[in-house]
Every structure is written in C-alpha cells, then in structure tokens.
Design a protein around this ligand. Structure first.
Ligand code: HXC
Length: 519
C-alpha cells in the first residue's frame, strides 16, 4: 500500500467497523424498534463528544468456522464521551455482531474502559443487548464475564455505574447489571433472567413467556431488580442523563450544586392543610415532595415497586439530595420486606456518593403477619436500619404524621445519627398507635365492658388521653430527640438552611474491613 492509500484505507476500515454486523442486521435491529449500539451511544452522549476505543479489535477464536467470520470491534462499542460536559465511560453491546455475545476480546474491551474510568474517577455506563456468552468461545467467554463482574465489584461505591438493558440479557450475564447501581429497562423490548422460558419449562414444567418471566414490567414492578421502565430507548437514555445530574463523578467528590431560581425561602401555605384530620386517612406524600423541592422536580426511583415507600432524587436550593418517604397512600405507608430493601439500598447508594438524605416520615409500623415473618422481615428491616445507621452523609428527617415503634427508630431517627430532626405539629411519635396501646394497657377494663357503646366511649376517652400524653411531637422534643417542631409551610426553607449548615459535615465509621449487614 503506498502512502497515498493509507488514509483512505483508515477511513474505509472505520466505515467497516461502523457497520458492525452489516446493513442487513442493522435493518433487522431497526425493525424490532431498537437502535444500534452506536446510535445509542451517540444519542446518550453530548453531541460529537464520543471517542471510540478499540474499533479494530477482532476475536481470536478459530473454532466452529469463526476464523472466517470477523467483525471490526467484535460486538461491542466502547469509549468515553461527556454528558453535560462531564466525562463518562461507556460500552454498548452490538447485537448485529454474533448477537452481541461476549467473547474474550469483547470482555477485554469492556475491562479496558472500566479500568480507565476507575483511574480517572468517572461514571461507567453499560448498554446491554446480548445473547450472553459467545458459545463458540466456551470458557474464555465465561472468564471474560468474571473479569467484568470483578471490575463491577471494585467500582461499586467508587464511581456510579448505570446499566441500560435494551434487549436480551440472560444467564450469568445478568449479574453485571445486577452489580451496578441503577438498571433502566425498555418496555417490551428487553428482558433479564437467569434461566430462560425453555429451560424453565424443562426443569419445572412452568409455561411462561419471556415477557412474563423477565420483562421490564416484572423487574420494575415485581422483583425490584430494575429501577426504571422506559417506554422507548430515547426515554431510557434521557433518564440516564437526568440521573447523572444528581450524582458526583466519584465517591471523593460531592454532587454538583447548581444555581436555583426557585426561592430557597419559599413557604407553601397549602402544606399546613395537606394532612387529613382523620389520622387513618391517606394522602399522597408525593404532593408534599413536589411542594418542597426545587421547581417540583422529583426523579422517582423504583416507582412501580414497593409503593409504600417513595425514593428518588431532587434538588433543594440547587443541592442534589436523595429523598426517602413513607407513602400513606399505599398500604398506609407501612414498612415491609420490599420497602425496607428498596429504601435500604437507596440510602446506601446516596451515602456512597455523598448525596444527603432527606427522610419524610409517616409510618404506622412494620407489616405484621406470617408472610412477612417467614419472608425474613427481621433481616430485611435490619438492612434499612443498618443503612441509616451507617450513612455518614447529611441526614435530615421530617416527621409529617405517624412514627411508631421500631419503624420510628429505623426511619432516620436521631439515634441513628440523623443530623437534624424536625416534626410537624400533628406528628405522633410513640411506641404504637393509640388504639393498639389502649388494647394492651387496658385489656382487663375492656374485657369487663360488655356494652358496645360503652366500649366505644371508653376507647374514645382513653385514646384521646393517650394521644395528648404520648402521640404528639412534644414528648420527643422535650427529650431533644427532635430539634424543632416546625410549621409545615416552612419545610422547604428549613431543609435548605439545614443542608447549607451541614454541607461541611464530617463523620466517620470506626476502622473495619466492612460491616456484616444482614444481606
Ligand atoms: C454466539 C449468538 C449467541 C451466542 C445469539 N447469537 N446468541 N452467537 N453466541 N450466545 C447469534 C445468532 O447465532 C445469530 O447469528 C445472531 O446472534 C442473532 O441471533 P438470533 O437468534 O437470530 O436473534 P433473536 O431471534 O432475536 O434471538 C436472540 C436470542 C437468541 C434470544 C438472544 O439468539 C438466543 O437465545 N441466544 C442464545 C442465548 C444463550 O443461551 N446464551 C448463553 C446464555 S448463558 P446470525 O449469524 O444468524 O446473525 C451465558 C452464561 C454467561 O450467557 C455466564 C456468565 C457467568
């Protein structure tokens, strides 16, 4: 090749690499309503920011005739780019090349960008669309997966890791996304399962479709494995961009505070009326959240799963925060296995990346019953307790209404190192609700009351006495367990002022290898 031909040759090779598995397969990908691996990268990153690595890598396999079938890039597009001007590292599996299946060299490409992301302290984004281990490569492919898993584990809590699942993701391959912080799935075009429908049928006899076994609705609504269900890939990619607004580049940095034109001293009179008079009447805690955060913008995480607790990101006076809130509108906001798992993981995610945690409490207690006990509510509830107690980020708790029993301790109580604890004047903080307490304390007197009306009157009187004495915020305030009882309308300014004061907070854990949280 003479000197004149070298540059056209390079351009031709690049063109070839960009075509992945070829035009026919690209058309097939589009016909399924899916973008190609490269299109996804281009759409996610700031325009023109993508720098591709290892475009000319090919596999080394010589079995099953693969020596005659090679594609530049070998089924994964890797590199770095920027999102809102900040560097991210990315890999995007290319289904048009051997179904996006993972070979030894494919894994090396992914590991290369993961290693560099760790060195520079930048988030890692993985877009999954793959048939799993490349069957022709056998154990080399399995080893490649393990190399990636290991890096996922090392990167956990060091740089944010976000997974998009935009196609198949099956077998052991699911464990790479599972080890990351956030999973976004597209509705109807993605699935995740350890064992697919065919093997499931053979082993257990269960007849189930791909969608019902591991579609986006299942993982965002039933299993809690995924965090977002997007209606389209465009929506999924936008969600990832949005999510990164609330996160720092790595665990040594703070999330970036932005200018905010929503006044930090904004009061909201409606908040004084938001809690119904009847303590057993539900309301939507998201109404409270929307009223107190900047511009009412709240990025809810795991919206469809464990709806009795609400988790997500928002900003207060431009400062990114995580919010955990009991939801009286669903199961009365009770804590159960799923809600404890959901909130526990979220608190740890915030703590790992220096995102302050704001907790809004309205919790009647833990859900009773054999189903919960047999399912291990003791261990799962302890996860949330552990997460709060361990978190060293600024923690602000506002008790809106009920805060009973063990659930009171769990939900960001003072003794679990919350920095600032406020309560609204109607808050009820006690060992248990008035009715239950009277049943226990007055069981003998109640047994003697045969007349229903007399019983009701007895309960009414005793409950009122109990509420006056115990089920109010002032007992806790007297002991200093609350720092102040605040007017609901002033919640936003009080939180913002607290966050500003806590911005320089330093807190440490005792030296240890790691705790032994009840996983
Ligand atoms: C090599 C593969 C492949 C694989 C798909 N292809 N999966 N090549 N290894 N694992 C190839 C196909 O041969 C085909 O090549 C192209 O990719 C597209 O596949 P299709 O089957 O035509 O596509 P589709 O009908 O959309 O079905 C997609 C699919 C299916 C559901 C992913 O291909 C499938 O079930 N693949 C096998 C999945 C699997 O069992 N993988 C191993 C899982 S175990 P051509 O040349 O025709 O385009 C695993 C272990 C990981 O991954 C362990 C980690 C610890």
């Amino acid at each position: 090749m003479n000197a004149h031909d070298k540059i056209p040759h390079l351009i031709e090779l690049r063109e070839q690499a960009r075509l992945g598995g070829g035009e026919k397969r690209i058309a097939a990908q589009h016909s399924k309503g899916k973008y190609t691996a490269r299109e996804r990268v281009e759409k996610l990153l700031d325009e023109g920011s993508f720098e591709e690595y290892d475009m000319f890598v090919t596999h080394r396999c010589t079995d099953f005739g693969l020596e005659n079938e090679r594609y530049l890039g070998d089924g994964v597009v890797t590199g770095r780019g920027t999102i809102d001007g900040r560097v991210v590292y990315i890999f995007s599996q290319d289904f048009t090349v051997f179904g996006g299946s993972l070979s030894e060299t494919f894994a090396m490409k992914v590991c290369k960008i993961m290693d560099q992301a760790m060195k520079v302290g930048a988030p890692i984004i993985g877009i999954n669309d793959s048939g799993g281990a490349r069957i022709q490569e056998g154990v080399n492919s399995l080893a490649g997966y393990a190399e990636i898993f290991y890096r996922n584990i090392m990167a956990s809590g060091v740089v944010p890791q976000i997974s998009a699942v935009f196609g198949p993701c099956a077998g052991g391959a699911v464990y790479s996304p599972a080890l990351t912080d956030i999973i976004v799935m597209t509705d109807k075009t993605s699935h995740m399962f350890v064992t697919g429908p065919k093997v499931t049928k053979t082993v257990t006899g269960e007849d189930i479709t791909t969608e019902d076994l591991g579609g986006a609705s299942i993982h965002t609504g039933k299993s809690g494995v995924a965090h977002f269900k997007a209606d389209s890939e465009d929506e999924g990619l936008l969600l990832i961009r949005k999510l990164l607004e609330y996160l720092p580049q790595n665990n040594l940095e703070d999330p970036i505070a932005t200018e905010c034109s929503d006044p930090s001293d904004r009061m909201d009179d409606e908040l004084n009326e938001v809690i119904p008079d009847d303590p057993n009447k539900p309301y939507d805690v998201k109404d409270v959240i929307h009223r107190i955060v900047d511009f009412g913008e709240f990025l809810e995480i795991q919206r469809h799963w464990a709806k009795n607790i609400v988790t997500g990101f928002a900003k207060f006076g431009g400062m990114p925060c995580g919010i955990v809130a009991n939801q009286p509108n669903f199961l009365a906001g009770v804590l159960d296995i799923d809600s404890a798992r959901k909130a526990g993981r979220f608190v740890r995610f915030c703590d790992a990346f220096n995102v302050p945690v704001i907790t809004l409490v309205d919790v009647p207690g833990f859900l009773p019953g054999s189903f919960q006990e047999y399912g291990g509510i003791i261990s799962h509830g302890a996860k949330l307790l552990f997460a709060y107690g361990e978190a060293t980020v600024p923690k602000i708790t506002v008790t809106l209404r009920k805060s009973y029993g063990g659930a009171h301790d769990v939900m960001g109580s003072k003794q679990l190192r919350a920095d600032i604890n406020y309560a609204w004047p109607g808050a009820e903080i006690a060992v248990m609700g008035a009715h239950g307490a009277i049943e226990v304390l007055e069981s003998k007197a109640i047994a003697e009351l045969k007349d229903a009306e007399a019983r009701n009157e007895f309960f009414r009187q005793k409950e009122e006495e109990y509420r006056e004495k115990f089920a109010n915020p002032y007992v806790a305030a007297r002991f200093g367990y609350l720092d102040d009882v605040i007017e609901p309308r002033s919640t936003r300014p009080r939180i913002i002022r607290a966050l500003r004061a806590l911005a320089t907070k330093k807190d440490v854990l005792p030296p240890k290898k790691h705790g032994n949280m009840p996983l």
